[in-house]
Design a protein around this ligand. Structure first.
Ligand SMILES: Nc1nc2c(c(=O)[nH]1)N[C@H]1C(S)=C(S)[C@@H](COP(=O)(O)O)O[C@H]1N2
Ligand SMILES: [Mo]
Length: 335
C-alpha cells in the first residue's frame, strides 16, 4: 500500500479514537474546562468528513482490484455507521431539531458510535495498520497538520454559518447544549437517564433517611432554605437555568470521617459525591418558586451546580456516609 494511503488510514484510526474519548469527556464535563473537549470532538468529526473522499478512493481501489479482506462487508457497515454518527452529531449542533422519528438525535449519535466501536476494532485488526517511525517524518507531519488545520477552520466556520443563519446552534452553551425552558419550569424537558420512570410520590408517606435519621417533607421545609440560580445541563443536548430553593447538604449531614456521600432515589438511582461538595450541593424542594413537579423530582431532588444533569438525583430517598472515595462509581449511572 502506498505511503500516503497508509497515513490516511492511520490518521482515521487516530481520529476515531479521539472522537470517542472527547465525546465521553464532553458528556461528563460540567464546568468550562470541558470546552476544549467539545471543540476537539467537533473538529475530529469534521476531520473525518474531510478525509472521507480519500478513504472512499482507497476502499474503492481495493474492492476493484478484488483485494477483499476477511469481513469486508463489515467495513462497509462501519463506514455507514461513522457517517451516521458524524452527520447526526452535526445536525444536533444546529438545534433545529432534536429528533429523528422515535429517537433523539443524541440516541442516534451515541448509538451508532457504540455500534461502530467494535467494528472499527475488528477492521483495524484485520487490516494491520501499524504506526512506523517514518510517520513522524516532516512530510507526514505536514500532511497531518494540514488535515488538523482544515478541520479546525471547518469547525469554526460551522459555528459562523449557524450564527449567520440565525440557527439556535449559534448560541450553544460551551458543552454544546441548547437552551430549553430557562426560568420556565413547565417548559423545561423531563429527562431520565436510562430506564427510570417518573415517580408520583405521596408527600404524606414519603420519607427521607439521612445517615439513619428520618425526615418528613414538613421537617425539611422547617430547615433553613437558600435560593440558588443554577444550570441543569443534560447530556442529551439541552440545558436550563432555574432558580432553585432548598437545603444545603452540609446542613443535613456532616462529613464525619466519611470519604464520600451517597445519594439514592426511591428508584435506586445512585450518585456518590465527594465530601468537599457538601457545601455546594442542595436538596431542592422548589424550582421557580413552586414545589417541584413529579417529573422534576417531587418532593426533593439534588441541585449540583457545575455538574452535569445526571448527578441531579430526582425523588431523593436516602443520603448516607460512605467509606469509599467518590470515584468508586461508574462514570455514568447504570440505571
Ligand atoms: N432518580 C433519577 N434522577 C435523575 C435521572 C434519573 O434517570 N433518575 N436522570 C438524570 C438526568 S440524566 C438529568 S439530565 C436530570 C433531568 O432533570 P429534569 O427531568 O428535572 O429535567 O435528572 C437526573 N436525575
Ligand atoms: Mo441527562
Amino acid at each position: 500500500m502506498k505511503e500516503r494511503e497508509r497515513l490516511t488510514n492511520l490518521t482515521l484510526a487516530a481520529l476515531l479514537a479521539l472522537a470517542v474519548a472527547t465525546g465521553l469527556t464532553a458528556n461528563t464535563a460540567g464546568t468550562s474546562w470541558g470546552r476544549i473537549f467539545v471543540v476537539l470532538h467537533g473538529a475530529a468529526g469534521v476531520a473525518l468528513l474531510v478525509l472521507s473522499p480519500r478513504k472512499t478512493r482507497i476502499a474503492d481501489h481495493a474492492l476493484r482490484r478484488r483485494r477483499r479482506r476477511f469481513g469486508w462487508h463489515a467495513s462497509l457497515v462501519l463506514a455507514g455507521l461513522v457517517l451516521v454518527t458524524v452527520v447526526s452529531g452535526l445536525v444536533a449542533t444546529t438545534g433545529l431539531t432534536d429528533r429523528v422519528g422515535p429517537l433523539t438525535l443524541m440516541q442516534v449519535h451515541i448509538g451508532s458510535a457504540a455500534l461502530a466501536i467494535p467494528l472499527a476494532i475488528f477492521h483495524y485488526l484485520v487490516h494491520h495498520v501499524r504506526p512506523r517511525a517514518t510517520d513522524l517524518s516532516r512530510r507526514a507531519l505536514l500532511r497531518t497538520g494540514a488535515v488538523a488545520a482544515t478541520a479546525g477552520v471547518g469547525w469554526l466556520s460551522w459555528d459562523g454559518v449557524m450564527r449567520a443563519a440565525g440557527w439556535p446552534g449559534g448560541s450553544r452553551r460551551f458543552t454544546g447544549s441548547h437552551e430549553r425552558g430557562s426560568g420556565d419550569p413547565a417548559a423545561m424537558p423531563v429527562t431520565q437517564w436510562l430506564d427510570d420512570t417518573v415517580q408520583h410520590l405521596d408527600e404524606s408517606t414519603w420519607r427521607l433517611t439521612v445517615a439513619g435519621a428520618v425526615y418528613t417533607l414538613a421537617e425539611l421545609r422547617a430547615l433553613p432554605q437558600e435560593t440558588v440560580d443554577a444550570t441543569l445541563d443534560c447530556t442529551s443536548e439541552w440545558y436550563a437555568r432555574q432558580s432553585w430553593r432548598g437545603v444545603r447538604l452540609d446542613r443535613l449531614i456532616d462529613a464525619g470521617d466519611a470519604r464520600s456521600i451517597e445519594v439514592r432515589s426511591v428508584t435506586g438511582y445512585p450518585v456518590r459525591l465527594p465530601v468537599r461538595d457538601l457545601g455546594r450541593v442542595w436538596l431542592a424542594l422548589e424550582m421557580g418558586g413552586e414545589p417541584l413537579s413529579p417529573g422534576h423530582g417531587f418532593p426533593v431532588r439534588l441541585v449540583a451546580p457545575g455538574r452535569r444533569g445526571f448527578w441531579w438525583v430526582k425523588w431523593v430517598h436516602e443520603i448516607d456516609h460512605s467509606p469509599l472515595p467518590w470515584w468508586v462509581q461508574s462514570p455514568f449511572p447504570l440505571t
